[in-house]
Design a protein around this ligand. Structure first.
Ligand SMILES: Cc1cc2nc3c(=O)[nH]c(=O)nc-3n(C[C@H](O)[C@H](O)[C@H](O)COP(=O)(O)OP(=O)(O)OC[C@H]3O[C@@H](n4cnc5c(N)ncnc54)[C@H](O)[C@@H]3O)c2cc1C
Length: 463
């Protein structure tokens, strides 16, 4: 549209926003994008990427211990937190630069500024004190950790953002929450030698995942030394004279720790952005309401990624960006597909999962077959580590379609990526059985579980 400064203006330079800006610019569209903090967004700067680097860091003590069974003598290891933080910073700065460079390289214009809407075609760039106009506007402002203002002493607590950059590695930490971020950080801190307690108000960590995996991970984490308190919340947090923190949890127990981290969910970034003024519809949690094509109730304004609170994952934000491009710039209306999304929890051991959990499948199908294997992986035969791997297939007894695949153990995330393909394709247990095993691997169990371990017929388990 010649009358506007840009064909597309994107607000938010994270996973979704950068992808949309780069691809639209590469199509020859005039594109501007504003990022108020750092290009790359949550995933690159304070989410997936630094998290995974810290997971790697925290796994070394187990590797050192496991080496003995293979004949290695490893001298006493020591760990330097500032080195890890500095090396992580270097890597995310490298990625941040690439993200911005890629948009510019495709012909887009990048701004380092907070942006807000003035009217459906006008964006105010606060950092530059100017306004720009655009034919289409895409909001991809992501989310942030939910705060807990009702908790007395909440001002002493940190969130995942701060956990990455603590000046000092705490000696003891309490993490409140039971979602994947809480669980992953509990494993990270424990692996780095921190006395770790996880406090969760629900009955079992990681709701919405398969219960078998949730329970087995819980037990394994406890065996490693992570304390897990379910059905519990913190009631207050107080600073002690020695600078440490006391936290009272349900049941009257007071934990003395150096940090309390709250991981209580994430809320969409939609405040103070002029959305109400323009009349954009927001849902109950403040998320932007969109239709199946990611279009808001205002015709030329779209929203993708965490700010829409559909599925809060990086590949989903990127997929939604690509569908937005198809719909708005290629004349090919494409709705993002949120069905059967493979995902991982980078706990220790790791979870990899795709499709329906057993509980969910039982609600939807009359006859379910469960194929389940629990075994010590070959690696741990010599390491002596007492840790089981768990693999589970959830199959529709009538059609033999594999509805869910759930793994707990080393490299489970990598396996979930590959299992995503047959499950998305709707393949059956017979297809799995016809597939040759790769030997010796742990994953071969997935194609060699020939007989159901049990069935669930009309809600009744039959062994
Ligand atoms: C600790 C943690 C670990 C995670 N691990 C994983 C993982 O392992 N795998 C996975 O798939 N996902 C993971 N996620 C989730 C993933 O990071 C998000 O789903 C993803 O980043 C969403 O992308 P987005 O583009 O919607 O938003 P974001 O990446 O959050 O980007 C939004 C950007 O908009 C900017 N912004 C906000 N308001 C404005 C404004 N008004 N003007 C200008 N800029 C603005 C923000 O600064 C931000 O950079 C993790 C998240 C966290 C917090």
């Amino acid at each position: 549209m010649a009358g506007y400064d840009y064909d597309l203006f994107v607000i938010g330079g994270g996973s979704g926003g950068v992808r949309a800006a780069r691809v639209a610019a590469a199509l020859g569209k005039r594109v501007g994008i504003a990022e108020e903090y750092r290009y790359g967004g949550t995933c690159v700067i304070r989410g997936c990427v630094p998290k995974k680097l810290y997971v790697y860091a925290s796994q070394f003590p187990e590797h050192f211990a496991d080496a003995a069974g293979y004949g290695w003598t490893v001298p006493e290891a020591s760990f330097d937190w500032p080195t890890l933080v500095a090396n992580k910073d270097r890597e995310i700065a490298r990625l941040e630069a690439i993200y911005e460079k890629n948009v510019k390289g495709a012909g887009g214009e990048t701004f380092h500024s907070r942006a807000m809407l003035v009217d459906p075609h006008v964006v105010h760039l606060l950092g530059e004190d100017r306004t720009v106009t655009a034919d289409q506007i895409l909001i991809a402002t992501g989310g942030r950790p939910a705060s807990h203002p009702a908790l007395p002493g909440h001002e002493h607590c940190i969130f995942s953002n701060e956990a990455f950059d603590l000046k000092k590695l705490p000696k003891a930490i309490m993490i409140e929450g039971g979602g994947y971020i809480a669980v992953e950080f509990a494993n990270i801190f424990h692996g780095l030698g921190v006395d770790t307690t996880l406090v969760y108000r629900g009955k079992e960590i990681l709701s919405r995942f398969d219960m078998d995996l949730r329970r087995t991970l819980h037990e394994t984490m406890e065996k490693k030394g992570i304390k897990i308190l379910c059905h519990a919340v913190s009631e207050w947090v107080r600073k002690r004279p020695d600078g440490r923190l006391d936290a009272l949890v349900t049941g009257g127990k007071v934990l003395t720790v150096d940090q309390v981290m709250l991981a209580l969910g994430r809320i969409p970034n939609t405040e103070n952005m002029g959305l109400e003024g323009v009349g954009i519809e927001l849902g109950q949690t403040g998320a932007i309401v969109v239709d199946q094509y990611s279009r808001t109730n205002i015709d030329n304004i779209w929203a993708i990624g965490d700010v829409t609170n559909r599925v809060q994952l990086t590949p989903v934000a990127i997929h939604e960006a690509m569908c937005f491009i198809e719909t708005s710039f290629k004349g090919n209306p494409t709705a993002p597909d949120h069905d059967t999304i493979p995902t991982a929890v980078f706990s220790q051991p790791e979870i990899g999962t795709v499709g329906l959990a057993e509980d969910e499948a039982v609600k939807r199908f009359a006859d379910i077959e469960i194929y389940r294997a629990s075994f010590r992986s070959m690696r741990h035969t010599l390491s002596g580590r007492d840790e089981k791997m768990l693999m589970k297939l959830v199959v529709d007894g009538a059609s033999k379609r594999v509805l869910g695949a759930h793994i707990l153990g080393p490299d489970a995330g990598e396996m979930a990526q590959l299992l995503g393909i047959p499950l998305k394709a709707g393949l059956t247990k017979d297809d799995f059985d016809r597939t040759m095993a790769v030997h010796p691997t742990a994953a071969e169990e997935l194609v060699t579980m020939y007989k159901p371990t049990y069935r669930v017929k009309d809600g009744q388990r039959i062994d």
